[in-house]
Design a protein around this ligand. Structure first.
Ligand code: SF4
Length: 319
């Protein structure tokens, strides 16, 4: 189910929640101060690896982070487009609390622009060519204490920031995670892994598990989608060494990530870095701007066999 459908299926009564505790854009006392600074020409954002220089009155590459009056923040903090209870395997996480369900939240925006985005309605709501344009996705505020209450009411013990890129909710996650942990609720990220080092360092102590989407092992193709192979590799290694439960997803997309040579190099890197890290090999279907036919199941099974020779846990998804 895509995020929009998940939102329609929501059973919570969030629409009437008032945004008293966490009004958008008022985060000056948070570590967010470390994630941007004034520079000649605007604000230098340090939330993700791109480090955009954003002119006054404008927004960055993600279309989300920008000027809010005299502060640099996001009007979407603590406001969500999607809310659902999912099986943990859908994140996908197969080796962390298997068989459990997880409270899942998504907002809008992304720090990358993949042409095949499966959640483009919320991840790219601004249009690639019109950053700063108005987006029409309905958003519902959910203050952190309300989130904790909702999760407890559902009898759940974990929250996933998913559907769109969670980096863009960093201040909210830092506010919510201590309340959640106090209530015995874990925090999970489903991320493209493009965090800056400082944002990653600030959030990591509060994160219990991550699924990182490794888009391709071709650095030029990564860059063409607005990401960095080097950064995702660094952050995966960091989270693994920090004791966060890490699983990886590789969506096999024709002409982007279906090269056998690149796939072998990715498997070799995982095997050298952390061979017990589960790898989810996922089947692509046409979406957003990408119309190539779905990945062949035969290729996915070949990739599964290649990975299975060196890695302990390999899973096929979307087949
Ligand atoms: S979060 Fe990333 S893409 Fe968005 S403004 Fe900051 S540096 Fe740029």
């Amino acid at each position: 189910m895509d995020a929009g459908a998940a939102w329609k299926k929501r059973t919570l009564n969030e629409r009437n929640v008032k945004m008293k505790e966490f009004p958008a854009g008022t985060v000056s006392e948070s570590p967010a101060a470390r994630w941007w600074r004034s520079e000649e020409g605007g604000a230098r954002c340090g939330l993700c690896f791109r480090r955009c220089l954003v002119p006054v009155g404008s927004v960055g590459y993600c279309g989300v982070r920008g000027w809010e009056g005299n502060a640099f923040s996001s009007p979407y903090l603590g406001r969500f487009s999607s809310c659902a209870v999912d099986p943990i395997e859908k994140k996908p996480l197969s080796h962390w609390r298997p068989g459990s369900r997880i409270f899942s939240l998504g907002s809008v925006g992304c720090s990358m622009r993949c042409p095949f985005c499966q959640n483009h309605r919320i991840a790219q709501p601004f249009g690639n060519e019109s950053l700063g344009g108005k987006q029409n996705v309905p958003l519902v505020p959910m203050p952190p204490s309300e989130l904790a209450r909702n999760v407890r009411r559902k009898g759940l013990s974990a929250v996933a920031y998913t559907y769109n890129e969670p980096t863009l909710q960093a201040e909210y996650i830092l506010r919510a995670a201590p309340l959640l942990r106090e209530a015995g609720i874990a925090s999970v990220l489903v991320t493209n892994g493009m965090f800056s080092t400082e944002a990653r360092d600030d959030l990591t102590p509060w994160i219990d598990a991550v699924n990182v989407d490794v888009k391709t092992f071709d650095p030029l193709k990564y860059a063409a989608m607005g990401g960095s192979l080097e950064v995702v590799r660094e952050n995966v290694v960091y989270w693994t060494r920090a004791g966060v439960h890490v699983e990886l997803t590789n969506l096999v997309v024709p002409d982007i990530s279906d090269s056998r040579e690149d796939f072998v190099r990715m498997v070799d890197w995982i095997a050298e870095t952390a061979p017990k890290t589960p790898l989810h090999i996922s089947r692509y279907f046409p979406s957003y701007k990408y119309t190539a036919p779905p990945t062949s199941v035969a290729l996915l099974k070949e990739f599964e066999a290649i990975a299975g020779r060196k890695l302990a846990h390999v899973h096929l998804g979307n087949v």
